[in-house]
Design a protein around this ligand. Structure first.
Ligand code: SF4
Ligand code: SF4
Length: 217
């Protein structure tokens, strides 16, 4: 008979499956420098996100701040795969502390509760505070679930235009504020055209413009 698991064997599977979302209890890890914002990524409201409990993609009901991923599997940035170690174990986020893969009740209780957002981490005196708000109101995440299930319909040109304007918006700020890629992904999340690729669009560049094609439905 298989032995019933009652404790973490440190197999690393959860860490290899991606970094956690951060909660208000983790704020001091960022403010104290244990986790710099350049190691975070913003998942904007409406993006499709992997639910570790159901192991399915679902629409993010709220903004999430996650530890960035690396590699094809998008393993947690702080996971050291050879030794299966967390390189910030003593400063790991609360979701990692609560995760018991053999009994997910505690971590399920945390989903969608007390989540950190960008405005919890950057004060209104941050030079990028207004830019984050403007980006969110001008380029909200489109209805990706609808695009995935019903196709682009008559929105193709509108989305292509928005994707081009969004790239121009972030490029200007990356340049003027000298942002690293990690910082850009924290402040503005993934570019709009990446989100469109995630629901089937193909993107190419021609004469400095993104051209976006959609599969026929
Ligand atoms: S919580 Fe589970 S999946 Fe994660 S390291 Fe421990 S045993 Fe592995
Ligand atoms: S922070 Fe550490 S414990 Fe949490 S997912 Fe990353 S590597 Fe694993």
């Amino acid at each position: 008979m298989d032995k019933i698991q009652t404790e973490c064997t440190r197999c690393g599977t959860c860490c290899a499956n991606g970094g956690p979302a951060l909660h208000v209890q983790d704020k001091e890890l960022i403010e104290g420098g244990a986790i710099p914002i350049s190691h975070l990524i913003t998942i904007r409201k409406g993006e499709l996100v992997h639910n570790p409990v159901s192991n399915r993609l679902q629409v993010a009901k709220n903004e999430l701040i996650k530890i960035n991923g690396v590699g094809k599997e998008w393993s947690c940035f702080y996971f050291e795969p050879e030794q299966k170690l967390c390189t910030i174990y003593d400063s790991r986020p609360v979701a990692c502390q609560m995760l018991e893969c053999w009994d997910t009740e505690a971590v399920e209780q945390m989903i969608d509760k007390d989540l950190l957002s960008r405005t919890d981490l950057i004060g209104d005196d941050d030079p990028l505070y207004q830019a984050v708000l403007e980006h969110e109101s001008t380029f909200p995440c489109p209805d990706l679930e609808l695009l995935l299930t019903r196709g682009v319909g008559d929105k193709s040109r509108e989305l292509e235009e928005a994707a081009n304007r969004e790239v121009a918006f972030r490029t200007e700020l990356v340049s003027s504020q000298d942002l690293s890629l990690g910082e850009e992904l924290f402040y503005f999340g993934r570019p709009l055209f990446h989100l469109l690729i995630s629901v089937g669009a193909s993107v190419k560049e021609s004469a400095g413009r993104l051209l976006i094609d959609w599969p026929r439905k």
